[in-house]
Design a protein around this ligand. Structure first.
Ligand SMILES: NC(=O)C1=CN([C@@H]2O[C@H](COP(=O)(O)OP(=O)(O)OC[C@H]3O[C@@H](n4cnc5c(N)ncnc54)[C@H](O)[C@@H]3O)[C@@H](O)[C@H]2O)C=CC1
Ligand SMILES: O=C(O)[C@@H]1CCC=N1
Length: 282
């Protein structure tokens, strides 16, 4: 294994806060860790393991949590959150499984990795929950999708949901829907960023200064998403309200349809769903 993070003193859980170990302190690991702290868990009840020593130190300094070797982090933790890339998961589990004990819950955020695959790699009596988060979690606007494995009970699912609630909304789905959810909400922020980028560039091409084009595009996307969210009105009806007969919006929408926008989304999400299915195979 690569040079591990420094090992601290043995874990002692504060009485009311069982320890959560976050394995992998990258973008998503730090987001989960920060969400836990913001939602009131004390820093003593959260430990991180990050194989990049500089990154581990940085997380310790900025969040006040301890960075430990993965096996030390797992020993004594009630909940173990797996936040490494799917390709790194097998090696991590080979390392930490001997340190796991019955009664623990493993919450995996790795795209495409099923609970059955995980259950084969953890000791009997360790429950597994699969979660697909997304990056708006970094600004507390995340969408996390949660599914339990064969031995996960209500308490394990509730713990996974509570972990993610510090970063936004949480829904529970059957695991058979996880690859589709990954395609929609896991990867989804990237589609919206692409749309914002394209709108800004189009505005600049029409002569708007870049800062103005950026402000107009960002506020329009935010405002439109807030309207769907707050009114509960079907997006097709909201779109009709904007579209005057023979007007500007109708002209633009006709071009987007000619370019196959809907078909592109159908094919794009199917490609993401298929890739999610492939990822577990490495
Ligand atoms: N970034 C995203 O939008 C989303 C990511 N995910 C999932 O979250 C997981 C993590 O993704 P990111 O945070 O984006 O990746 P990342 O590359 O930013 O972070 C992964 C971290 O794990 C560390 N690591 C690798 N092996 C380790 C080991 N054995 N022990 C300790 N640390 C180790 C790496 O040094 C790295 O810092 C992936 O499985 C991904 O599928 C899920 C949904 C959205
Ligand atoms: O692109 C990926 O594979 C990860 C999973 C969902 C978002 N990012």
């Amino acid at each position: 294994m690569t040079d591990p993070a420094p090992s601290g003193p043995p874990l002692t859980s504060p009485p009311d806060h069982p320890v959560t170990a976050v394995l992998g302190g990258g973008v998503m690991g730090e987001t989960v860790l920060a969400g836990l702290l913001r939602s009131g868990r004390p820093p003593e009840a959260v430990v991180v393991s990050e194989k990049d020593p500089d990154r581990a130190r940085d997380l310790e300094e900025r969040h006040g949590v301890r960075a430990l070797r993965a096996t030390d982090a797992v020993r004594g933790a009630a909940t173990v959150v797996l936040v490494v890339k799917p390709q790194d998961l097998e090696a991590l589990l080979v390392e930490v499984a001997p340190a796991m004990a019955p009664g623990q819950v493993v919450v995996s955020l790795a795209a495409g990795v099923g609970t059955a695959w995980l259950e084969q790699r953890v000791p009997e009596g360790v429950a597994v929950v699969r979660v697909m988060p997304n990056t708006p979690a970094t600004v507390d606007q995340g969408m996390a999708v949660v599914s339990g494995g064969a031995s996960a009970g209500e308490a394990h699912l509730a713990e996974a949901e509570s972990l993610m609630r510090g970063t936004g909304r949480v829904v529970r789905v059957p695991e058979s829907q996880q690859d589709a959810a990954t395609a929609l909400s896991g990867s989804g922020p990237a589609y919206v960023f692409l749309v914002v980028e394209a709108m800004v560039e189009a505005g600049v091409r029409l002569g708007l200064p870049r800062p103005t084009a950026t402000e107009l595009a960002v506020q329009t996307v935010l405002g439109a998403a807030t309207m769907v969210h707050e009114t509960g009105t079907h997006p097709a009806l909201l779109r009709e309200q904007v579209t005057s007969p023979g007007g500007t919006t109708a002209a633009a929408l006709a071009v987007l349809e000619q370019h196959g926008l809907r078909a592109a989304f159908l094919d794009a999400l199917a490609a993401a769903r298929d890739r999610s299915r492939e990822l577990a195979g490495g």
